[in-house]
Every structure is written in C-alpha cells, then in structure tokens.
Design a protein around this ligand. Sequence first.
Ligand SMILES: Nc1nc2c(ncn2[C@@H]2O[C@H](COP(=O)(O)OP(=O)(O)OP(=O)(O)O)[C@@H](O)[C@H]2O)c(=O)[nH]1
Length: 526
Amino acid sequence: MVLNELGARINGALQALSKASVIDEKAVDALLREVCSALLESDVNVMLVQKMRQNVKKRVNMDELASSANKRKVIQNAVFEELCGLVDPGVQPWKPQKGKQNVIMFVGLQGSGKTTSCTKLAVYYKRKGMKVGLVCADTFRAGAFDQLKQNASRAHVPFYGDYSETDPVQIAIEGVAQFKKSKFDLIIVDTSGRHKQEAELFAEMEQIAAAVKPNNTIFVMDGTIGQAADSQARAFKESVDIGSIIITKMDGHAKGGGAISAVAATGSPIEFIGTGEHMHDLDKFSARPFISKLLGMGDISGLVETVQDMHMEKNEDMMKNLAKGVFTLKDMRDQLQTIMNMGPLNKIMGMMPGMSPDMMKGFDADESTRRLRSYMCVFDSMTELELNSDGKMFEEESRLRRVARGSGVRLVEIQALLYQHKQFGQIVKKMGGPKGMLSKMNPNAMQQMAKNPGAINPNMLKQMGGMGGMQKMIQQMGGMGGVQNMMQQMMGGMGGGGGGAGGMGGLQDMMQQMMGGMGGMGRGRR
Ligand SMILES: Nc1nc2c(ncn2[C@@H]2O[C@H](COP(=O)(O)OP(=O)(O)OP(=O)(O)O)[C@@H](O)[C@H]2O)c(=O)[nH]1
C-alpha cells in the first residue's frame, strides 16, 4: 500500500472512532485492527506492528477514562504517538554550520538515487544561504560525471569533476581542496555505487573518506525495496561511519512506511526523503511532521521552515508598504518570485493543514508554474514607474498592449494578473493603515516566529493533537477562513483576506489569492 493510501486508511479508522456512539474495548480493538492491517499491507515489520498495538493498549486505560469525548481523545493521541514512535529513531542527524567548511560524502548502491539526491541537498542548503559545491568522485559509471554536471548547472551550483582522471580518491581530494580554498560552506562529494554490497565498493568508500575526512556520510537508499531496507542499512552502517540516511523514491509506488520504519529500527536518523525526480523533491524528515502530513494534518514545522527560507523580512520595502496599506505591482512581483524560488507549488500547499492529497488532485503545479513564469515576463516588460504604481495606469489600453507585445503574454492573461493585483491591493488597503491588522503585524514578530518554529509548534500541535484535533482547530479558527487568516499571518500578509469566508471556498480563495490566481484551484473569476 503506498503512503497516501496508508494515511487515508488510518485516518478513516480514526474518523470512524470519532463517529462511534459507544467507545469501549470493542471499538478500540476494531480501530487497532484496521490500523495494524494497513501498516502490514505497507510492509511495516510484523513485530513492530505488534509492539505498536500493545503500546497503544497500554496507554489507554478505559476504566480510568470518564467521558466518551475524553476516551476518544486519549485513544487518538495514543495512536498518533505510537505511529510517531514507529518511525522515530530518537537520534538527531548532524547539521552543517554556515561559515565552517563542511564536507558531506554520499554513499549508496547504484541507482539508489545518490547523484540526484546530492543535487537536491545542494539546492536545499543553497536555499538556506550556504555556498555549496558539488564534487563528482564517481568514476565507475560512465554517465555519472555528465549527470551531476547537468544537474549542478541546472541548479546553479558550482561543480568539480575531471573526465581524464580515473582515480576517484584523487578527484575527491582536488575537488574538496578547490572548494575549501574558495571558502565554500558545504562541499558535497558524490561517490560511485555498485550493483550490490561488495568489498570493492566499501574499500573505495573508505579510501575517499580517509582522504577527505567528511564531517558526515549520508547513505542513500531506494525506498521501493521495502523490508530489505533494514538489512541494507545495517550492512552499510557496519562498514562505513554513516551519519544519516536519505530514503529516495518515496513518491509513486513506494511502500514507504516499510522502508522508514525498518531503517528507523536500526537507530539511524533518516534525514530526508526523496519524493520525485525534480531538484526540489526532497523533504526533511522528522517523525511528528511526517505522521501529521501522512494523516492529512499538514506539516506546520515544514511550512514554517519554508516561510523562514523565503526571508520575507529582507523585503523591507514591501513590509513597509503593506503596513501603510499600499501594494504595488513590484510588491506582487517580488512575492511571486519568492514563491517560485521555493520550489513546486504543490509542495508548499501539501504542508498546509487540511490539504489532503485528494484535495490537491485538481491542482496542476506545472500549469501554475508556467503561468507564474509568464507573469514574470509581464513584470519584466513594465517600466519602473509602472512597477511602483498601483496598476491603475493600465486602464490606458496602449500601455497594456505594449506590455503584451513585450512579454509575449496574451492580453487577457495580463488583465487577469492586474485584476488579481487589484484584489490584493483592496485587501491590503483595508487591512493596512494605522488601525489595520497589517500594521499590528510586526515584521520582527514574524521573523521571531519563523526563526523559532518551536514558539508556535507546541500550541499548534496541541490543538492538532488527536486525530479529530484538526477539525476542531478549524472550527475554533472559524472555518477555513480562519486557516486563511493563520496562513496570512504566517506568510506576512501575502494575500488572503476576507477571513471567515468559511468552508472550502475560503481555502480555495486563499490559494488563489496567494498564488496570484494561477488557475487550477480557481473559481473561474477570469
Ligand atoms: N521517482 C523518483 N525517482 C528518483 C528519486 N531519486 C532518484 N530518482 C531517479 O532514480 C534514478 C537513479 O538515480 P541516480 O541519482 O542516477 O542514482 P545513483 O545512485 O547516483 O546511481 P549511480 O550513480 O549509478 O551510483 C534516476 O532516474 C533518478 O531520476 C526520487 O526520490 N523519486
């Protein structure tokens, strides 16, 4: 069973408990039967599943629990906690520090996704403001050099490799030395893979490790191998000093629960999971957000990290404008540019509480990205005066036609963009000014919140605790319009507004406004 289905089934079982009129031992057993069979179908080891079942039963003492509501909450919390326990090795992975010259070495079998993951990791840390370089020390597979080089140039990450050199140790030494000389914060060394675990592979890994002395060695493992993950992870751990693990190919048909729980049982920290072939398809892994997302409860910490990476606070002009109730075309361009830099839009949306994979089905990320790019061409065709304006000057049709010619974007699309901008502008105007909500929204507070996700996490997570918690939270916040407000605050007033629109329409509005009405989720305003 693939991950989405696993989440949906467990969620279904928990929902059924919420609706059950009598909460007794029988109801708990029925819930556990369904949860356990879903886990087993996802390749989670039978011993782990049995232990999880016993632990939930131990946590729930029906005689001590008075009201049904209380029972439901305790049971749901127990299941949540035990699911977290299944995938949590309880060890924190090593983190590179900016300003220091960190070296990471990648190891793994051929085809596991090592080369792809090297670039993904480089992009991840580049987003965090680090100067990152990639070294190709894979001389075993002929195409590895070109693959990494192409990936690196697409990601705008400096690359070192040597076609003529056949000794991977020599390449690694020279590549690392060059990047260290240029004061790079993070140097990632890709090494050769082999078809199976064999002495030659381990010997080469040891030689490279001895030569470049990595601060961390990351083992990359294919997530589609199911329960075999456990023995493979153990074999690599015994031979090389593995610091952390990346499990790849967790998209598609991976029975991901199996791989993650098997590896977690080895005690090795899983640091990331690969969720696609694109350079942004790398998700930070930690137990609670993973389970929360699996169950359609969003990933608040991931969202906060993403917002943090956006560095909203650096856009002082926009923050000042917003507080004054002003929203120029340039502000909109900068916002959309920031969103584009964060990677595929469905990734950001997937982190939002309540955004189940089902709800994402209608959202075409490629189409939205294409539209965003065309919007950027529109902004590029505007003069400085136009960009700094509120957009009213485009009532002059000749101006509009000039921008359409310059950008190659159809007139109607530009009108749609201007319409969205106007909508934003009206909201900002309403919320800005000395008495408005935006003026009370101190950029420093935003920055603090982004810097310290822990500051919001406990409360948020507490509210979300228990499987029915999410719905409760939405109710407390006044329907989806409330979530809209929350997002708005987190995103620094990137859009939204009209809080209290309630229901799904509110969420769609939020998406539409946030993403600048990029289609897919829209309600046909254009
Ligand atoms: N769907 C999906 N495909 C992935 C993921 N990670 C890697 N791949 C694909 O898996 C294939 C193998 O990936 P590589 O990065 O070339 O594997 P490698 O481990 O470097 O292989 P060697 O260099 O031969 O050792 C490629 O087609 C990748 O696009 C992932 O997270 N999801």
